[in-house]
Ligand binder design. Structure first.
Ligand SMILES: Cc1cc2nc3c(=O)[nH]c(=O)nc-3n(C[C@H](O)[C@H](O)[C@H](O)COP(=O)(O)OP(=O)(O)OC[C@H]3O[C@@H](n4cnc5c(N)ncnc54)[C@H](O)[C@@H]3O)c2cc1C
Length: 525
């Protein structure tokens, strides 16, 4: 609880994006108040003892990839690393696939080591990988330059692409499906499948058009930045942001669900909580509010903007996760060391993976579970009691079950299926399980309304919901038409789902509207 009833800036939601935006404003001298509906903070960036005391689980995001190139961390603009306790470990192997027959394929941060892995399957593909990796490295600076600031208009971006040979090649790749690209590049179906799984991590089928660029973005970041494992847990990022806000006189309070944005003379003037408390915002309100919910929280929202927001599409690939406390580290059946941040358990044929995603389109279960896992205690033992380990296991399912049963009633059964499948790859499952916590897609949206229908990116990653048109052309600039001094954050905004620290771009928009200089004032001195 707080005694504050007014602030310069009131932020709805303590997800990392809201906290990032609020922290930049606090650093610039604004009095900020962040209101969170949960009793805990961080939304998708949270570490909690979900199973047993001493076992710290990253309930949602576990690996912080895209935020690494953000000037927020790269230049330590808010001193999260040098003053507020944020520290990342960058393992050599960010991602690997384990196939059912025990063979493995690792992607190292080092291009040549990855090429040697791919050469186990095809020498020609190893050569193609080198070209892909060089292209990804060449595109990375350009991509990184656009991800942490407000998006450029879609038309101007297309015109720019069209003005050079390289731009046109990038634009061609951006329109292809991952599958089209991977068939163009690689001959071995397991190499294709390994990279196709990356599209799956973005909750899309490799056959979805306009997903191919994801493989280059992923590889560029994997090699250029690494997959960050926060020492102590992903939630340390949240803790560092909150420490920064506190240090600058701000407050972050829990158990405060905002029901309504108060509007006075076309301007956001504050918020009202579901339990009737009212907070005035002198300068602005920041809202982590899903486009489907925005209209119900803003009285008199522009009708066309509201209808478009409510029509935004959600992926059919909802996420289900199992967090487990383990008596000992996982013992994979393969003889190769399994030492990656993200480990993908893959079937014997690529067609199985492609058909799995087709089933989800029809709201059916995937016949072959597409399990991914992280056991980050192997890199950061501080998360578990000595000798013990943790498991973060995920799979994709329809939000509405085809048998009509509720997820609350059936999630244990589904988790048992996941663990049974995992035991084909891991010898000490289920014996080493001490206790498990399961988040169904319904639990996911209960923990944060951003993860609506279990879509961990808020809304689908489709071209028509991308760039300055994410989530809609009306809302793409982090503002709502007809409402001044209200600014949006969330995975449903540009650049999209994932831990990007995209609240920086929202802060830049706010600094401009408030007549402040982001480069000079938006820094912790
Ligand atoms: C299972 C899972 C695994 C993931 N893994 C990764 C990963 O490894 N790497 C990665 O980069 N990304 C990952 N993601 C995605 C990533 O977690 C999200 O994209 C990111 O956390 C979104 O941050 P945000 O601040 O925009 O929104 P959120 O984290 O959703 O924060 C929004 C906050 O606002 C609060 N809120 C909303 N409405 C109100 C209201 N009316 N009143 C008060 N409070 C409110 C919510 O409770 C929440 O705390 C994962 C997501 C999930 C679900």
């Amino acid at each position: 609880m707080t005694t504050m009833t007014s602030a310069d800036i009131v932020a709805v939601g303590s997800g990392h994006n809201g906290l990032v935006a609020a922290a930049y404003l606090a650093a610039a001298g604004k009095k900020v108040l962040v209101l969170e509906r949960n009793a805990w903070f961080g939304g998708g960036v949270v570490t909690r003892e979900l199973t047993l005391p001493g076992f710290r689980h990253d309930q949602h995001s576990m690996s912080h990839i895209f935020i690494q190139a953000n000037p927020l961390l790269k230049n330590d603009e808010l001193k999260l690393k040098s003053r507020y306790g944020l520290d990342y470990i960058f393992p050599d192997v960010p991602m690997m696939s384990v196939f059912e027959d025990g063979r493995t394929l690792k992607l190292y941060r080092d291009r040549e080591r990855s090429a040697a892995e791919i050469a186990k399957f095809s020498r020609r593909d190893a050569e193609a990988f080198r070209r892909m990796s060089l292209q990804a490295a060449a595109w990375l600076p350009m991509m990184a330059a656009t991800l942490y600031a407000p998006p450029a208009p879609v038309g101007a971006t297309h015109a720019l692409f069209d003005s050079s040979r390289e731009g046109r090649e990038l634009w061609r790749v951006m329109q292809m499906s991952s599958h089209d690209l991977l068939c163009e590049l690689f001959e071995h179906e397991w190499v294709r499948m390994h990279f196709a799984r990356v599209a799956g991590e973005n909750l899309v089928s490799p056959d979805e058009k306009a997903t191919a660029i994801g493989a280059y973005v992923f590889l560029g970041f994997l090699e250029g930045c690494g997959f960050g494992v926060a020492r102590g847990g992903a939630g340390i990022l949240t803790d560092a942001l909150i420490a920064c806000i506190h240090d600058h006189g701000g407050e972050v309070i829990g158990n405060s669900e905002v029901a309504r944005i108060k509007v006075a003379n076309g301007r956001a003037a504050g918020v009202e909580t579901v339990d009737g408390r009212s907070f005035a915002a002198k300068d602005a309100v920041i809202g982590a509010i899903h486009p489907h919910l925005l209209g119900s929280m803003i009285d008199g929202m522009d009708a066309r903007a509201r209808a478009a927001a409510e029509a935004t599409h959600i992926t059919p690939a909802a996420c289900i996760t199992v967090h487990a406390a383990l008596a000992e580290p996982l013992k994979f059946r393969t003889r190769d060391p399994v030492d990656a941040v993200m480990v993908e358990m893959l079937p014997a044929s690529y067609e199985i993976l492609r058909r799995d995603f087709d089933e989800l389109r029809y709201d059916q279960f995937m016949p072959y579970p597409l399990l991914g896992l992280g056991s980050l205690s192997q890199f950061d033992p501080s998360r578990v009691p000595p000798g013990k380990a943790i498991l973060h296991l995920w799979d994709y399912v329809p939000y509405r079950r085809p048998d009509g049963r509720s997820w609350d009633e059936t999630k244990q059964q589904y988790a048992d299926r996941m663990l049974a499948h995992l035991s084909k790859f891991v010898a000490n499952i289920p014996d080493c399980l001490l206790k498990a916590h399961i988040d169904s897609p319904v639990d996911m949206e209960r923990t944060s309304p951003s993860f609506r229908r279990g879509d961990l990116h808020g809304i689908a990653n489709a071209t028509y919901q991308s760039g300055a048109h994410r989530p809609t052309p009306d809302l793409g600039g982090y503002t709502v038409p007809g409402l001044e001094r209200f600014y949006l954050v969330g995975p449903f905004q540009y650049p999209g789902g994932g831990v990007f620290g995209a609240g920086r771009a929202t802060a830049m928009t706010m600094f401009e509207a408030l007549g402040m200089d982001f480069e000079k004032q938006g820094r912790v001195k």
